[in-house]
Design a protein around this ligand. Structure first.
Ligand SMILES: Nc1nc2c(ncn2[C@@H]2O[C@H](COP(=O)(O)OP(=O)(O)OP(=O)(O)O)[C@@H](O)[C@H]2O)c(=O)[nH]1
Ligand SMILES: *[C@@H]1O[C@H](CO)[C@@H](O)[C@H](O)[C@H]1NC(C)=O
Ligand SMILES: [Mg+2]
Length: 456
């Protein structure tokens, strides 16, 4: 972030600071030349030079600082101090402050001769969204106390790139009580309200119908085959919880929309519009930034359960669904494509719908969270793919994201420059062969962003 901010500042300053300097300097000279008789001594002349030079420097200083207040402040301060200041400022005039944030960006680009001359195209509606109209939405993070420094990194990026202008709440969930350090640090970083929930036993344990011996043997076998997290019980509870329970935690019932954030993720670009509002305004229910193929060893019979559900509940299947994103043989088998669920912005109301609950419960009864190692990513994705119309699933090209080991860096230089992205576009995963995003584009008859071929 630091080098880019510096670039932005020097780009912005150079035309403004050099243009006032030259005329000022010339004026000093010509004034002096026209009055040689009055200003006789060299000393007086020197004094005037110094005075004018000082005046010039002050003018330049005022111009440069007054046009860039929103950038210099957050960079200098530590997390706590930064928060204190910005919180206060925003509480007073939330819409004004956000106006300040947007204004310098547009003027900087407009006056900069070598700027890429950005048009606000599709972003026009987005940048103009009114931040004072707050959505009924929250960030949500499942974490352990030991994840504190990793989640702190994630929060700081989400705040710097987006939430410092919007102040959405943040819900933290844990199967154990959060400790004081976790609460102190996270609440100092989040600009909205923070809430901490402890997950009840039924949502983080083996259901009664699971055969414990069978489950244990699976774990032993997966450990031998070196399947990642294959021997872990807690990872399975986590996947089942994220698949079927996070959205019905008491704290989550207070919201309609969620944005999931995991420890150690990165956001590389500014998000200068409200994605929650975008989702509502465009009738979206689920969204993603990265898609890929699932590791087949973890879900060998998942699709059998899905087929069972489709037979049992045909009434829940959306008419214009995304079955073709999930299957290459009209539903006979699963092609393993899924949206990566460590990033999600979605509708809690949809997850709480009878359709999704029936879907989850059918899967849960078959026990694959424990007899295999079903992930919440394929579960959410198949749910979204079958229960939602395909127009209700959104791909956020402009939200740049990293979770080990994949990066989504927006395709299109114009977008990257405008949003002050610091990701390397050659790391973008979207158009690589192991990504399913091309498939999503083809199914939805979307035009791929200009320049995608160069990122294959
Ligand atoms: N409270 C709690 N949270 C957990 C537990 N295991 C995982 N999580 C959280 O669940 C989410 C997913 O877990 P991760 O360990 O990131 O799993 P992953 O993303 O598949 O794998 P990584 O590559 O390790 O990130 C993260 O937000 C974790 O903090 C657990 O046992 N207890
Ligand atoms: C937000 O949504 C929840 C869930 O639908 C609802 O109970 C709550 O009243 C809503 N809050 C506001 C402020 O609208
Ligand atoms: Mg993770």
């Amino acid at each position: 972030m630091q080098p880019h901010e510096d670039d932005e500042k020097s780009n912005h300053n150079s035309p403004e600071s050099s243009s006032p300097t030259l005329p000022t300097h010339e004026r000093v000279k010509s004034k002096d030349d026209t009055r040689p008789a009055i200003m006789a001594t060299g000393n007086v002349r020197y004094a005037r030079y110094i005075l004018f030079a000082l005046f010039g420097i002050i003018v330049i200083y005022l111009i440069s600082t007054s046009s860039l207040p929103t950038y210099t402040e957050p960079i200098r301060d530590s997390a706590g101090r930064y928060l204190g200041k910005v919180k206060g400022a925003h509480e007073e005039t939330p819409s004004d402050t956000t106006g300040d944030v947007i204004k310098p960006i547009t003027t900087a680009l407009a006056t900069e001769p070598t700027s890429p001359n950005p048009k606000y195209d599709s972003h026009d509606e987005l940048t103009s969204s009114d931040p004072s109209e707050k959505m009924n939405a929250t960030f949500v993070t499942l974490a352990r106390n030991t994840d504190i420094w990793e989640i702190a990194r994630s929060i700081r990026q989400v705040e710097d790139r987006f939430n410092k202008n919007y102040h959405y709440d943040w819900v933290f969930l844990n199967d154990k009580p959060f400790d004081d350090t976790f609460k102190k640090v996270t609440s100092s970083l989040v600009s909205g309200k923070t809430h901490y929930g402890e997950i009840k036993e039924e949502h983080w344990s083996f259901p009664s119908w699971i055969d414990q011996d069978k489950a244990r043997k699976v774990r032993e076998d997966m450990a031998q085959r070196k399947i990642i997290y294959g021997d872990s019980i807690s990872y399975r509870h986590m996947c089942r919880f994220e698949s079927g329970f996070f959205f019905r935690q008491p704290l989550m019932l207070n919201y309609e929309w969620y944005w999931r954030v995991e420890p150690s993720v990165e956001l590389f670009c500014d998000v200068n519009y409200d994605p929650f509002k975008f989702m509502r305004d465009h009738k979206k229910k689920y969204s993603f930034v990265i898609s890929l193929y699932e590791y087949v060893e973890t879900i060998p019979t998942l699709w059998d359960s899905v087929k069972k559900f489709m037979k049992k509940h045909p009434e829940h299947l959306a008419k214009d669904n995304s079955l073709k994103f999930l299957s290459d043989d009209n539903g006979e088998s699963y092609n393993k494509c899924h949206f990566w669920s460590n990033f999600e912005i979605g509708s809690l109301e949809w997850l709480r719908s009878q359709a999704y609950i029936d879907f989850f419960e059918t899967l849960d009864k078959d026990g694959g969270f424990f007899y295999e190692r079903w992930g919440d990513a394929p579960v959410h994705s198949i749910g979204a793919g079958l229960l939602l119309d395909k127009s209700e699933i959104h791909f956020f090209n402009d939200i740049a994201y990293y979770h080990v080991p994949f990066t989504h860096c927006p395709t299109g230089e114009e977008t990257r420059l405008k949003l002050k992205c610091h990701c390397n576009p050659t790391n973008n995963f979207d158009w690589k062969s192991y990504s399913c995003t091309s498939r999503y584009f083809e199914l939805n008859k979307l035009e791929k962003p200009v320049g995608w071929e160069k990122e294959q």
